[in-house]
Write a protein that binds this ligand. Structure first.
Ligand code: FAD
Ligand code: NAD
Length: 475
């Protein structure tokens, strides 16, 4: 059976499903092919993000943060409880029901927008033809479209000497599904996943050691934010070992031994479980056949231009499978932009203004360039910062931790980067994204009235501090 569409999307993650819905809204006859299945073996739309990424991780982070607060912050409020305990099975069930609610919500949105959902593995061949394969690799359908959007996403990278057994040695998906709290947890890679999932299990009582190959902690973030984060995580009991190059894993009497070199010396730690979180790679294997003509680079990323066009006319690619940060909102924005372009419109995605959030406690968020990046570019800057401890709201919340740091061009005052660590900065950063999107100056934020008492006053004061006129701290 051959079916013809205006647009065929391969992958229903936040890139693909958003692209499909927007194409349908724009009047294009659209189908979306996805091969993800949930723990019940049923098709589940939403990709990595909804099924095994952003959403389940945030559900567990929220549960465990509440538990941590109950023990560590509530007493300061005068709230006392009998002994607190955790039921991991209930916590995991809550996570699963959130995931199910959201993934089935995408199926309903597809129906409401007349997007045809096709379950299977899509492979682009020549002439805009896509074969749909079942699990055994058999072609079950052949679809054609005027435009193809490739959105296959990414998968965890693995270490050659440390294969996953999906029970004791796991990737992020396994780490979201532990049925009980590991006694000693080794995390290879102190990046975003290592810190978020390390926090989840540390809050529940695991003894967590993060082994990071680089000498710098959180090399992507601004150095001041990263060093405050490291201090806070160490205070919470997470053991972060930098410059730790992992070589192999062996079985030991009491569990597993991770072997690594640290500052040139051989070392090892014994753990009960290991999470490997050393980055993700594009899930592009088999998505484009050789005769499709689509170019892929040596790291398996699909090559695209600034507008997400591949080298083949009318074949587009978006999300984790192409250059740029591997973030859900970046994928979605590219999906919307491509839909608009297919329909004859225009929408530009500025990869320089993509917010980053790490959902640890305290949270970490930023948009734009770090101080190191702007200095390396030779730009003269002015920097203002302001601590949450000097805001009434953070104190009232019993969370007087962290700060906002704002970097502006010394000549034009245009905002170049805004970095923060502290309570709810995942929400606060979006004001800064909007400001940068409008090419605002620090003076624009300094002249914007912020509600009192609110955490956002730290942004206002950091903007005032750029000009050395913060009110609630000495300049
Ligand atoms: P994906 O979400 O990976 O979706 C691709 C889909 O395509 C999948 O369903 C896949 O099965 C399917 N597919 C692949 N190939 C084919 C094919 N040939 N045929 C049919 N279907 C195919 N990002 C954030 O912004 N915020 C977060 O808080 C966050 N937390 C995360 C936590 C974890 C534990 C992980 C692992 C990731 C997290 N991310 C987060 C990253 C985020 O999940 C990804 O950036 C995002 O999902 C990428 O979207 P995408 O649409 O490009 O691809
Ligand atoms: P990451 O790139 O954030 O961190 C991987 C870390 O592992 C790096 O610090 C790297 O230096 C280190 N590393 C690499 N090889 C190593 C080795 N052999 N031994 C020890 N350390 C090693 O990758 P991740 O944490 O796996 O996450 C993947 C991506 O998923 C992220 O980059 C991000 O794009 C996305 N993600 C985003 C969020 C969020 O937005 N909150 C949450 C989770 C994941």
């Amino acid at each position: 059976m051959t079916d013809s569409f205006d647009v065929l999307v391969i992958g229903a993650g936040p890139g693909g499903y958003v692209a499909a819905i927007r194409c349908a809204q724009l009047g294009l006859n659209t189908a979306c092919i996805d091969n993800q299945i949930n723990h019940k073996g049923e098709p589940a739309l939403g990709g990595t993000c909804l099924n095994v990424g952003c959403i389940p991780s945030k559900a567990l982070l929220e549960s465990t943060e509440q538990y941590h607060k109950l023990i560590h912050s509530f007493p300061a409020h005068g709230i006392k409880t009998a002994e607190a305990s955790v039921d991991v099975a209930i916590m995991q069930k809550r996570k699963e029901s959130i995931v199910e609610g959201l993934t089935s919500g995408i199926a309903q949105l597809f129906k409401a927008n007349n997007v045809t959902a096709v379950h299977g593995f899509g492979r682009l061949t020549m002439d805009n033809t896509v074969n749909v394969l079942d699990e055994s690799g058999k072609i079950t359908r052949t679809l054609m479209a005027r435009h193809i959007i490739l959105a296959p996403g990414s998968m965890p990278s693995h270490l050659p000497n440390i294969p996953f057994d999906h029970e004791f040695v796991v990737d992020s998906t396994g780490a979201l599904n532990f049925e009980k709290v590991p006694g000693r947890l080794g995390v290879i890679g102190a990046g975003v996943i290592g810190l978020e999932l390390g926090s989840v299990w540390s809050r529940l009582g695991s003894e967590v050691t993060l082994l990071e190959a680089l000498d710098d902690f959180l090399a992507l973030a601004d150095h001041q934010i990263a060093s405050e984060a490291k201090r806070q995580f160490a205070k919470q009991g997470m053991n972060i070992r930098l410059g730790a190059k992992v070589s192999k894993l062996s079985k030991s009497k009491g569990g597993l031994k991770i072997h690594f070199t640290e500052k040139g010396k051989e070392s090892s730690i014994e753990v009960d479980r290991v999470i490997v979180a050393i980055g993700r790679r594009p899930a592009t294997e088999g998505v484009v056949s050789a005769d499709s003509g689509v170019s892929v680079d040596e790291r398996d990323f699909i090559l695209v231009d600034d507008e997400c066009r591949t080298n083949v006319p009318n074949v587009w690619a978006i999300g984790d499978a192409v250059r740029g940060p591997m973030l859900a909102h970046k994928s979605s924005e590219e999906g919307m932009a491509v839909a608009e372009r297919i329909a004859g419109g225009k929408l530009h995605v500025d990869l320089g203004i993509v917010p980053w959030v790490i959902y640890t406690s305290p949270e970490i968020a930023w948009v734009g360039q770090t101080e190191k990046e702007v200095k390396e570019a030779g730009t003269d800057i002015r920097v203002g910062s302001f601590p949450f401890a000097a805001t009434g709201r953070a104190r009232a919340m019993e969370e007087p931790v962290g700060f906002v740091k704002m970097i502006a061009d010394a000549g034009t005052d245009q905002l170049l980067g805004i970095h923060m660590i502290g309570p709810h900065v995942s929400e606060l950063v979006n004001e800064c994204v909007l400001a940068m999107e409008y090419q605002a100056s620090s003076e624009d934020l300094a002249r914007t009235i912020h509600a009192h008492p609110s955490l956002s006053e730290a942004i206002h004061e950091a903007a005032l501090a750029v000009d050395k006129r913060a009110i609630h701290r000495a300049n």
